[in-house]
Structures are given as structure tokens and as C-alpha cells.
Design a protein around this ligand. Structure first.
Ligand code: ADP
Ligand code: MG
Length: 416
């Protein structure tokens, strides 16, 4: 028998205490403050961001906490014991994009990249700083530990340099946060060298407690959609499959290239532009079965996400509404498995077992080929369903999964 392995979020008090203690131990004295930003999980709308569709992320209760103190020079000192014991030391005048003389190596590229990107955006010269990072967002599990790190740094520098872009977590300045989203995305793309699209950073900076964030990937505009899971007795059980690392870069690039080629053949810039056309007629134009499957996933996923948002706007998730939402989650996974072909056995077993044990819909989330799945569950059933999934993984000889019970959390902001 296997008892499920949980990864619970630290409370803000714990996160602040950890970051402050780390800061005192490494740099001495007290920081000027502690800021934090959440990881995220996408509820529905997968592999549609680069096709101009809608995504629907929520912020996790799991956050990156950063304790920061400004310096009187332009030096940056960074420490995160989760990645390496040594302190990284850099100079704000010597940071540059990947491949340039100022290339930053290792994890320091993320926080240093944010400072670089804010200066590149013309927001003025920043002071140097010492920063100690403590995060409870699982690294590399598709839950966006990288954006949590960037966005915690961004709101810290926003405050400390008096940029006044973020507002507060309770009263966020949406336009200013859009500027920070762009800077964090640039840090990740240009300095860390990871090709990501802005979904993660938008979620970390713009999600709200009790809501999902509708993100229109054509223009990165957002809307707050009520998704108050605790009020409905529900929770989103995130299952980190811990599937062995796969060589996914080529697969992701191939899916993107197929979508671009299909859009070209259909005479549109992005596949979202064919989402309202007759699907069979659209598919009939395409030359290959694989391409038709990919487009069918994208078009149906865009429609499912719109439908899911419409259901949430109708009212509490119960009765027929809950059943319809569950069916959309299930259909999303099946489409990702059969048409987009990005699942692995661990994802299919997690989802299949969750459904058998009474989840209100379950699907893989993120890019696929490993990473995490989600199941919408009654709070009272969550541990039973987690135990069943853990047992199913053990039976098949998979790595033990990790469970992350989640309700929609708040955005990046100041904690202390
Ligand atoms: P994900 O964002 O899905 O967790 P990524 O590969 O995008 O996965 O980001 C993981 C990388 O982000 C790590 O390899 C590390 O460089 C950096 N990172 C994230 N969290 C931390 C942390 N707490 N300390 C140091 N580096 C971190
Ligand atoms: Mg990431």
C-alpha cells in the first residue's frame, strides 16, 4: 500500500520567515522587505496560446518568497539554496542577453534578467541589491517556478525603485502589471534563454483569489472569471506525475510548426481565426491526417475553453453546471491524448484513475510529455482519490506522484 505524498504550500508567514532567515544567515541583518509571487496551473485551454486562443490559469497557493535589500552600488548578490549553496555575484552594468558577453549562467539569469529587462524597458536605473529566495513551488513540474521567481523579483524591484507599477495584491494596477509581465517574459526569453509566451507571467502577476484568469493570447488581455472552489466545496487536485524527463523540445517545436503550416494553408495568421468556421470544411482543406488531428485539437480546445468560461460566468459549480464543466475537462484530455498526442502513460493513468474514483473531470495540464495533471474533486473526496492514484502508479511501477491540493490564490505582491 502507498500513502500519497503531498506537497502543501507554505503559509505566507512561513514563507516570509524562511526568506528572512536565509537573508540574515547569508547577507546579515534584515531585508528591506519580502515579496512573493505564485506558481500557476492552467485549468483548460492547452496548446492554444501560440494559436491565439484563450487560456484559463489560476494562481497556486505555492509561492516564491524573496527577501531583498537595496545596495548603494550596482552589485547584485543572489542566493537560493534550492539550486546552489554559493552566492551568485553580478554587476547590473554587465548583464546581457544569452549569447552576449553579459550572458548570465544558471538560475541567476532569472532574477538578474528581470532587473536587466526593467532597465531595458526604459524605467530608469535600478539600485544594486542583495536577494535571498525561498520558494515552495515545485521546480520543473510545469507549475511555473520560473515565473514565480521572476514575478517576485519584479514586484520587489518595482517597490524598491519606486516604479509604482504593480499596485498592491489587493488593489493591483492592471496596466502597470502588464509592463511587469513584459519585463519578466523578456528576462525569461532573452536572458534565461527559455522560449515561453507570457502565460506564466500573466498568471503570476494578474490572477486573483477565488478567480480564474481568462487570458486572450492574441493580445494578452485578461478578464477575471469567478472560480471560488472552496465556496462550492471543491478543490483542484494537482498531480505531479514525476514521469521521467522526456526530450520534449523537438516535439513542442514540431506541434507549433504544424499549426503554423496549417494556418498558412487555411489562409489565416493564427488558427483561432478558423475556430468559428465549420470544422469539417476546415479539415477537408488540409492535406495530411496528422495535421487534421492537430487542428481539430486546437479548434475544439478553443471552443471548450470559451464554453468553460461561459459556465463559470453562469454561477456556482454544482449540479448540471458541474457536470458540463467536468465533460469539458475530460474532452480536453482526450483531445490532447488522441489528436495532439502529447500525453504519456503516467498522465493517462492519473486522469483515468481520478475519473474512475469520482473526480468531476480530469486532464493533463501544461505542455505534456510528463509534468502534471489536474482533477476537479469534492474536497471531502480528495485524499481518497489521491490514494487511489498513488496505488495505481505503484501497481504500474511508475515513480510515486506528488499531490498538490489547490484553490485559486492571489497574485504577486508584498508580504512584509
Ligand atoms: P517550471 O517553471 O515549470 O518550474 P522551468 O524549467 O521553466 O520549469 O524553470 C525552472 C528553473 O527556474 C530552474 O531550473 C531554475 O533555474 C529556476 N528556478 C525556479 N525556482 C527556483 C528557485 N527556488 N531557486 C533557484 N532557481 C529556481
Ligand atoms: Mg517555467
Amino acid at each position: 500500500a502507498s500513502s500519497p505524498d503531498y506537497h502543501h504550500a507554505a503559509t505566507p508567514e512561513q514563507g516570509v520567515a524562511e526568506a528572512e532567515a536565509l537573508f540574515a544567515g547569508v547577507f546579515g541583518g534584515r531585508p528591506d522587505g519580502v515579496w512573493s509571487a505564485p506558481g500557476r496551473v492552467n485549468v483548460i485551454g492547452e496548446h492554444v496560446d501560440y494559436n491565439g486562443g484563450l487560456c484559463l490559469p489560476i494562481a497556486l497557493p505555492h509561492r516564491a518568497y524573496v527577501a531583498v535589500r537595496v545596495r548603494s552600488d550596482r552589485r547584485i548578490r543572489l542566493v537560493s539554496p534550492q539550486t546552489r549553496d554559493a552566492v551568485d555575484e553580478l554587476d547590473l552594468d554587465a548583464i546581457g542577453p544569452k549569447g552576449s558577453a553579459g550572458e548570465v549562467h544558471g538560475w541567476a539569469a532569472y532574477p538578474a534578467g528581470v532587473a536587466w529587462a526593467l532597465e531595458q524597458a526604459g524605467l530608469g536605473r535600478l539600485p544594486g541589491f542583495d536577494a535571498a529566495l525561498w520558494s515552495c513551488v515545485p521546480l520543473g513540474s510545469g507549475l511555473s517556478s520560473s515565473a514565480a521567481l521572476e514575478c517576485s523579483m519584479a514586484v520587489a524591484l518595482d517597490d524598491l525603485a519606486g516604479l509604482s507599477l504593480a499596485g498592491t495584491a489587493e488593489q493591483p494596477d492592471e496596466r502597470g502589471r502588464g509592463v511587469l509581465v513584459d519585463a519578466c517574459r523578456r528576462a525569461e526569453n532573452d536572458v534565461a534563454g527559455a522560449n515561453t509566451g507570457g502565460l506564466d507571467q500573466s498568471a503570476s502577476l494578474r490572477c486573483r483569489t477565488g478567480h480564474a484568469l481568462e487570458l486572450d493570447c492574441r493580445d494578452m488581455s485578461t478578464a477575471q472569471i469567478p472560480f471560488d472552489l472552496p465556496a462550492d466545496g471543491l478543490e483542484l487536485l494537482v498531480i505531479n506525475t514525476r514521469a521521467p524527463h522526456q526530450l520534449v523540445d523537438g516535439q513542442y517545436a514540431e506541434r507549433r510548426a504544424t499549426c503554423e503550416e496549417a494556418a498558412r494553408l487555411l489562409g489565416v495568421g493564427l488558427l483561432v481565426e478558423v475556430a468559428d468556421r465549420d470544422l469539417e470544411e476546415t479539415l477537408a482543406i488540409l492535406p495530411a491526417d496528422v495535421m487534421r488531428r492537430r487542428v481539430r485539437h486546437v479548434v475544439t480546445e478553443i471552443r471548450r475553453t470559451r464554453d468553460f468560461v461561459a459556465i463559470l460566468r453562469e454561477g456556482a459549480l454544482e449540479g448540471g453546471r458541474l457536470d458540463r464543466a467536468a465533460a469539458l475537462l475530460d474532452a480536453s484530455h482526450d483531445s490532447l491524448r488522441d489528436d495532439y498526442q502529447v500525453t504519456v502513460p503516467e498522465l493517462d493513468v492519473a486522469v483515468g484513475t481520478a475519473r474512475e474514483l469520482g473526480a468531476h473531470g480530469a486532464r493533463m495540464t501544461g505542455g505534456g510529455f510528463g509534468g502534471s495533471a489536474i482533477a476537479l474533486v469534492d474536497r471531502s473526496e480528495s485524499t481518497r482519490i489521491a490514494a487511489g492514484i498513488a496505488a495505481a502508479f505503484a501497481d504500474r511501477g511508475f515513480n510515486a506522484p506528488q499531490f498538490i491540493p489547490t484553490v485559486p490564490g492571489g497574485p504577486a505582491g508584498r508580504d512584509a
